[in-house]
Structures are given as C-alpha cells and as structure tokens.
Design a protein around this ligand. Structure first.
Ligand code: NIG
Ligand code: FE
Length: 409
C-alpha cells in the first residue's frame, strides 16, 4: 500500500505519554529531533528518526520533503465554539466598551437573543456557508477538530436547522466538526417557561437528534438570566439516558454551574472565570475537565479562568476559543491560548496539552496526539524550536497543516 514519509522536521512533539490531569513541565515533553512521520491511508504508520525511516523506505513510499526547519505537533482541537450563527454583534461590543455589562445588554434586547433572531432569519444553506468559512480559517491556523454548538435556534425546528447545518458542514469541511446540542442556551423569549421549553426539547428534539445522529453531546448555560441547575436537571437526565455526554457553560459570571456539572458527571465544565477556590478544588478532584475560554475573557474584558490553581490541584485543563458573535468574536485559538499562558503562568506543555489531547478528552474523542494508528492530523511551524510557537503569541502561523495525511495549506 502507498505510504508517504513526511520530514525531516527539526522537532516533532507527539504530545504522547503525558497525563490527562495535573501540572506539566516542559521537561516532560517528548521531543523527536530530525523526525519523520510515515502516513498510510490517512493514519500514522510510524513516527521516529527521519534518516532511519528513509533508509527503510520501500519502492511504494512517496516523500513529502519539508523545506527549511520546521516543528511538527498534533494539529489543534478547539473543543468549544459557536461558529454556527447569523448576523454579528459589533454593536454589543461597542456598548460593553462604553460601560454596559453583558447581562445588561442582554436584558435590553441585545446579547444572545439578538443572535437568535438573526440565526432564525438565516437559511440552513447560509448557516452552512458561515460554518465552512470559519472552519477554513481555523484549518489555516492549525485547528483540524472543531466542536460546534447549536443554541441560537431555541425552538425544536430552529435548533434542528442549526444541527443539520453543522452536520452538512462537517461532510463538506476537511476539518472534523463535532456537534453539541445547546438547546438550553437561554430561555426563549417566546412566552415559555424554562422547564416547559426543555420538556418540549426532550420530547420532540431528542428523538430526532438520535434518529439523524445529529449530536452526541448536550450543553446548558447555567447562569443568572439563563438556566438554574434545577431547570436543567430533567434535560440532562434525559440526555444521559440516551447515552449523550453532558457539558456545561459554568461559572461565567456567577458560581453554581461547575457544581452542577460535577453532580451530573459532565465531561467538561467550560468558562469558570468566576470560579473561586471552592469551585476549583471541587473540579480538580472530579473527572470533569475544566475548559478555559480566554477568548471570552478578552472579548468581555473580564477575568481569566484560574487555570494555574486548577492544574496545581491536579485538575484537567483544556483551552478553547468559544468563537461566537457575542462574547468571543476573535476566534484565534493559538493566540488566546498563548495569552492565557502568559496571564496564568502556564508552561508550554500545559498550554499545548490544553489545545491538543486534553481538548480531545473534553470531546470524548481520540485526537490531539501523534502516534501510530492515530489519524495523521499534523501542524508544522517554520522554526527550529517549539518554544517559539507560544512565544510569538499566535503571530507565528502554521507553515503546513495536514488532515488525515492530506495537506490543507
Ligand atoms: O460561551 N455564555 C454563553 N454563551 C456564549 C456566548 C454566546 C453569545 O454571547 O452569543 C459563551 O460566551
Ligand atoms: Fe460558549
């Protein structure tokens, strides 16, 4: 069978042999100098020293020769985005910078509900096109696995439109798109109670979700002005009975969400900007992965997730972009992860783990490492030392990206 040997790379960081939880030091990183990656049928067949692999190559091996010095890593996993949406919220951004809070703007008719109106007005095809263009930008920045949430539909029909758009975009995009049903984003302003609406979601949306295989994951925004832990109890329990994973928008402005996430054995609790010592200690002791969203801290101009404290207490930390039109319009995962590292004093290893295998664990998928039998999802940067990647805070952009062994840029 045809194989391709890619290399030589000045360094390969396979991101293997590292624990899912706890602090990491750069000395723990495996670095393969003068490395090569042998790809067969989209998967990694072998990874090791380039010269040795070249010497062993047979007549069916093709060579993809790397020009100059480059460092290869597993391509990045963005485990929390809202890149399926209509409209934009530049007006909200200006209002926040003029002194209004996110919750005040929402109460005055801006915020998430205004994106719901624009998303409802968009056709499924327009939503697919929007997802594809954002996924393409992510691919060029080295992100090949992207979680995408619904949550701007807020009715059975409109949430279905979003989830079907995500499924269609996944078929067309080279990136892997992982859909999450965020029907419990805010309470729809169409006259229903929180619990009445979620009962309808469980009764009418969940069966179609399952039948059409639209999502394996269910999310809720637990916050003042959104849902309480009591509101989502039935929704989460119903999802779990169907074998779906739970994830929570937790402790963004006030606490309560992270404990609800732990109580429901959620796979991840995301945001956590408002988490205090009690919440961080509980998360660190749990199996729930903490997902920091520095793009939301930047977009809203508020605190960063206490990532250092969480790691020091043995917690699992992933980092995602939260790319959405409201709180996190930038959508540059590498830049945001680098900046979080600088604010929170994270090692290179901790930041890179947070956007590779630890992010994949938050999605309950296999990705984010370079090892035999894994898909050949690789990003390479023009540098001879991996430390330059985060040092340049997102301005060193990938020279090459491969998805399932296929070059994307
Ligand atoms: O993760 N916090 C709730 N949801 C999104 C914001 C979505 C929006 O503002 O449109 C978030 O920040
Ligand atoms: Fe979010």
């Amino acid at each position: 069978m045809q194989k391709t040997l890619i290399g030589p790379f000045a360094q390969i960081l396979p991101m293997t042999g590292l624990p899912l939880k706890g602090a990491l030091q750069d000395e723990q990183l495996t670095i393969i100098n003068d490395g090569g990656i042998l790809v067969m049928a989209g998967k990694i067949a072998l990874i090791g020293n380039y010269a040795e692999m070249k010497a062993m190559a047979d007549s069916e091996t093709l060579f993809e020769v790397i020009e100059g010095e480059q460092v290869a890593l597993p391509s990045f996993v963005d485990c929390h985005t809202h890149i399926c949406f209509g409209g934009n919220r530049a007006k909200d951004y200006a209002a926040r910078n003029a002194g209004k809070t996110y919750l005040e703007i929402a109460a005055e008719g801006g915020g998430i509900w205004s994106t719901v109106n624009h998303t409802r007005a968009a056709s499924e095809a327009a939503l697919v096109a929007g997802i594809l263009s954002r996924a393409q930008r992510h691919l060029e920045q080295g992100v090949t696995t992207i979680e995408v949430k619904s949550g701007y539909g807020l009715s059975v029909a409109e949430e279905l439109k979003m989830l079907r758009a995500i499924q269609k975009a996944d078929k067309e995009s080279p990136a892997d798109l992982i859909a999450t049903c965020l029907a419990a984003h805010i309470v729809p302003k169409d006259g229903q109670t929180a619990q009445g609406y979620l009962k309808t979601i469980v009764a009418e949306l969940f069966p179609i979700l399952q039948k059409e295989n639209l999502a394996q994951r269910v999310d809720a925004f637990i916050e003042q002005g959104a849902y309480t832990p009591a509101d989502v109890q039935y929704y989460f329990e119903a999802a779990q009975k169907l074998g779906l994973d739970i994830t929570v928008h937790a402790d963004q402005f006030s606490t309560g969400g992270s404990q609800a996430a732990i109580d429901h054995s959620a796979i991840s609790a995301d945001h956590l900007e408002a988490s205090g010592p009690k919440e961080i200690a509980a998360l660190a002791q749990s199996d729930t992965i903490a997902v920091a969203l520095p793009g939301a801290s930047m977009g809203l101009g508020c605190a960063y997730t206490p990532a250092r404290a969480l790691l020091d207490q043995g917690g699992a930390l992933a980092i995602a972009s939260d790319w959405n039109p409201g709180s996190a319009p930038m959508g540059n995962l590498l830049m945001q992860a680098a900046v979080l590292g600088s604010y929170e004093k994270l090692s290179n290893a901790e930041v890179l783990a947070g956007i590779t295998f630890r992010a994949a664990a938050a999605l309950n998928i296999q990705a984010g490492t370079l090892q035999e039998e894994c898909q050949a999802d690789i990003v390479a940067f023009k540098t001879d030392n991996y430390q330059n990647i985060l040092y340049q805070q997102g301005m060193l952009i990938p020279a090459q990206v491969w998805k399932n062994g296929k070059p994307q840029i």
